[in-house]
Design a protein around this ligand. Structure first.
Ligand code: MN
Length: 193
């Protein structure tokens, strides 16, 4: 097994009351575990691809000359593995950013509030399952957009910075159909410095 479920550096109840303990536990120990296991399973058949980094695999996913069913499996489960790992990291209460981000947000969105509004609206209106993203292009400019399923900014040559899971499994136990409330509350666990 090449990939292991990433360890949480905080307890399942650390993000209460905004994200509840039960959701965190199932999301990490069941959903993320399943993406990790399924990713490993597909990689077993492709040792050459398995030698690449996860970033290389996701960046070049559309160019992989393999069975389309396996390519989709790598895209979905590899993306699920990678996206959740990053999601736990950006919500880590001990997470410290380098101070560059707010300056860049003001430059590219006018203000931090304008960025938050665009990101929030993107997350609220994303149809079906997927993630809202803040990503940086090759020129350093920041962009906000939604991507469905477990797709990832790496697939458009961007570097992921911030992400919000809006799959129902991320919020349904506590918020049911109230995705907007989950999104508004989620900002409380994110530090922009
Ligand atoms: Mn998820």
């Amino acid at each position: 097994m090449k990939y292991e479920l990433s360890k949480l550096n905080y307890s399942y109840d650390a993000l209460e009351p905004y994200i509840d303990k039960e959701t965190m536990e199932i999301h990490h120990s069941k959903h993320h575990q399943a993406y990790t296991d399924n990713f490993n399973k597909v990689l077993e058949a492709y040792p050459t691809i398995a030698e690449q980094s996860i970033e290389q695999i996701l960046t070049g996913i559309n160019d992989l000359d393999i069975d389309s069913k396996d390519r989709n499996a790598l895209r979905n489960h590899g993306g699920g593995y990678y996206n959740h790992k990053l999601f736990w990291e950006i919500m880590d209460p001990a997470n410290k950013k380098d101070g560059v981000l707010v300056d860049d947000l003001e430059k590219d969105f006018g203000s931090v509030d304008a960025f938050k509004k665009e990101f929030t609206d993107t997350a609220k209106t994303l149809f079906g399952s997927g993630w809202a993203w803040l990503a940086r292009d090759n020129d350093g400019k920041l962009h906000v957009y939604g991507l469905q399923n477990q797709d990832n900014p790496l697939q458009r040559g961007h570097t992921p910075i911030l992400l919000l899971d809006v799959w129902e499994h991320a919020y349904y136990l506590k918020y049911q159909n109230k995705r907007p409330e989950y999104i508004e509350n989620w900002w409380n666990v994110i530090k922009l410095i």
